[in-house]
Design a binder for this molecule. Structure first.
Ligand code: PLP
Length: 687
């Protein structure tokens, strides 16, 4: 590689200006930085290769791709809309004083999802001649953040997009946020008297708020509360369909489901309601067979079954107006468009058409009017809009960078390994692996018996991993690797230590092994040469990611990554807008991450502005959630410092500085500030 040009300036700015495609790597030279031309092999790598490697064309859904600078680009309003550079958005957020990890919310993307949902249903209805219309409600549990709910209600206002709640706190939030008298509030979940009364209060305000009967036992309370408050309730009934969903949430449907009325219970409920003179309030029929339904066939079956119930009840004189098909519309997390759990084998438009056509057909057969279709789509509305960006704090490699060099007369086992290393070739890969394994086991046995010293053991381990790396490299990509070596390969993968907590930010990966797309948000003009797994900063061995989306949507145990140098290395974890942040917990007291809310704006230099930032949970706040109040722990620290001063362990000035540092530290974030804040003075010197 020959130096190409010498440029003055900071390499980071140069990279930002010219991109990484012309010059790499950057080394310090005289009076500036020498930018060296890339080698032939890496120049064959471009945005297209990266996009394919990380499968972004599949899961990106037109919102995410790779731009010519080798950064991830975001098109919040779809393929034909304006394009943002994710790296620039992160830099702007850092500029605003946020630290990594950062959760970015693309509010325009959220609006676009809402509009798309209504567009596909409108088109399907028009095409089919469906007369009942369509309304949606957003299930708040999928993402309760006020800004998210507000954005959905705002974007959905022309379509009377309403809300779905499953608990009292959600209902209290919904009552306040909901303004449009034509949009619905649907109350699901088990309800007590207070829940029911709060909903009836909403009725008094003129809201179209439905109490959905989930089990027979709650009906008497609903009826008596309505009578004593003098309110005509709007009632819905949840069906227990025989159709099951599929995938991870299959048990939400089917005959053993936790919620819903069987046919006999349904008839019983209607009799009770009739006796109380409230039968004209029964307007909605509801089902929900689970979330992330991968196969469209399950949806069709459930819709047909429910439509049949609707038709029969209409024929019996129950004036149902709404058929609510619940949630379940999935997200293609792995981009494979298949019926695998982390994918879906249908599009948004197909989903809408299948619901509309199947209900239409059954209504025609049965001679009943078309109901207004309601969906409780959550996941598919909000998953795409947020991206978690984490920085890599360090890389843990299995093979030590520096192998201790055996000098003098090396141990016999070391000599054997050196011999294997020298003679390994395409013809003896597996045999050499077995021999090396034997040597490693012998060494362990000798060590256990006290016959091996530490430095010899270190040499053997280092040589063993080196040899294995060499063997795997010789297998290369040409041949399929034998089963027994495949686990070794995963073992050899680097551990990229990332500034986040799986328990806070990716709870469905931890709990359900739900895969989420992960990729670097920059350096995408550079061929990634390492294979890695991500480990988080919790002290839990479960705090890692070892399932990734491969080029064709297959799940892979490692992720291709770049070697980390002194420059910051940022990874994006995508499609995390549904269920993740809101269900995250306080494991290790990490808590909420920093958030930036990004809006498109053609007048701004990068095409966007950051309207709002939400700081991460402070250490003081996290502690207070588990009953350590700041004054109490400060007092406890002061007592200890005073004691140390009295017994001459500390000088009084030292003691005061220590206390001040502790107090200031409480106001900081729980996440690690390694790398990003190296310019800052140490804790005790900050103002
Ligand atoms: C969770 C839930 C939803 C949301 O489902 P998604 O698959 O996220 O769209 C809708 N309705 C009910 C009753 C739910 O419990």
């Amino acid at each position: 590689m020959k130096p190409l040009v010498v440029l003055p300036g900071d390499p980071r700015h140069l990279r930002q200006k010219f991109g990484e495609f012309c010059f790499s790597p950057i080394v310090k030279g005289h009076g500036g930085f020498i930018l060296r031309a890339m080698t032939k092999s890496s120049s064959a790598w471009g945005p297209g290769q990266s996009a394919q490697l990380y499968g972004v064309t599949g899961w990106g859904a037109g919102y995410f791709s790779v731009n010519a600078r080798g950064h991830v680009s975001v098109r919040p309003v779809g393929e034909n809309g304006p394009e943002l550079d994710l790296w620039e958005v992160v830099e702007a957020s850092l500029h605003r004083g946020l630290e990594l990890p950062i959760l970015l919310r693309f509010q325009d993307l959220l609006r676009h999802r809402v509009q798309e949902l209504h567009r596909v249903f409108e088109e399907a209805a028009q095409e089919a001649g469906y007369q009942g219309g369509y309304q949606a409600v957003f299930p708040i549990k999928v993402n309760q953040l006020r800004e998210v709910v507000e954005e959905i209600l705002d974007a959905g206002a022309p379509y009377h997009h309403g809300l779905e709640v499953g608990s009292k706190p959600e209902l209290f939030a919904a009552l306040a946020m909901h303004r449009d008298p034509e949009s619905l509030i649907v109350c699901n979940g088990y309800k007590d008297r207070a829940f029911i009364e709060a909903a009836l209060l909403g009725r008094k305000l003129g809201k179209r708020i439905f109490l959905v009967v989930e089990k027979l036992e709650e009906l008497p309370t609903i009826l008596s509360a309505s009578q004593s408050l003098g309110v005509q309730p709007l009632l819905g009934i949840r069906l227990k369909l025989s159709t099951k969903g599929q995938g991870r949430w299959a048990r939400s449907g089917g005959e053993e489901a936790k919620f819903g009325l069987s046919t006999a219970e349904l008839l019983q409920a209607l009799r009770w309601i009739e006796e109380c003179g409230m039968i004209h309030g029964v307007e909605l029929l509801h089902f929900h067979i689970g979330s992330q339904i991968p196969d469209i066939l399950a949806i069709k079956r459930a819709v047909r079954e429910a439509a049949r119930y609707y038709a029969r009840l209409r024929q019996q004189g129950v004036k149902l107006r709404y058929l609510d098909v619940g949630g379940g519309l999935g997200v293609d997390y792995d981009g494979s468009s298949s019926s695998r759990e982390s994918s879906i084998n249908y599009t948004l438009a197909e989903y809408a058409r299948d619901i509309v056509y199947n209900v239409l057909e059954i209504c025609q057969q049965e001679g009943v009017p078309h109901p207004t279709l309601v969906t409780e789509t959550g996941r598919a509305l909000v998953a795409h809009h947020s991206v978690l960006v984490v920085n890599v704090l360090g890389v843990i490699r299995k093979t030590p960078v520096l192998v201790p060099c055996p000098n003098g007369n090396p141990h016999k086992l070391v000599r054997d390994l050196l011999e294997l290393k020298a003679t390994v070739n395409q013809g003896n890969l597996l045999e050499h692996y077995h021999d090396a394994l034997q040597i490693k086991e012998d060494a362990q046995a000798m060590f256990d018996l006290g016959l091996l010293d530490l430095s010899t053991k270190a040499q053997i381990e280092a040589l063993y991993w080196e040899l294995l790396e060499r063997i795997l490299a010789l297998y290369g990509a040409r041949r399929s690797i034998p089963e027994e070596l495949r686990t070794v390969k995963d073992h050899l993968a680097d551990r990229y230590l990332c500034n986040f907590s799986v328990f806070q930010s990716l709870i469905d990966y931890w709990g359900l092994k739900q895969v989420f797309p992960v990729m670097p948000i920059h350096r995408l003009l550079e061929r990634p040469t390492r294979q890695g797994r991500l480990v988080d900063i919790t002290c839990d061995s479960d705090g890692q990611i070892a399932d990734f989306v491969g080029p064709h949507g297959e799940v892979a145990p490692t992720l291709p990554l770049h070697p980390v140098d002194k420059e910051p290395y940022y990874l994006g974890i995508f499609l995390v807008g549904a269920y993740q942040d809101i269900m995250g917990d306080l494991h290790n007291l990490f808590g909420r991450v920093n958030e930036a809310h990004v809006f498109l704006d053609p007048d701004e230099p990068g095409g966007f502005y950051i309207e709002e930032t939400i700081p991460s949970l402070k250490i003081r706040e996290a502690l207070s959630l588990v009953q350590y109040e700041a004054p109490t722990i400060l007092r406890a620290m002061k007592t200890q410092v005073d004691q140390a001063i009295r017994s001459d362990v500390l000088k009084p000035t030292e003691g005061m500085l220590l206390l001040e540092a502790y107090e200031r530290g409480l106001e900081g974030s729980a996440y690690l500030a390694l790398g990003q804040n190296e310019k800052e003075p140490p804790l005790s010197k900050r103002p």
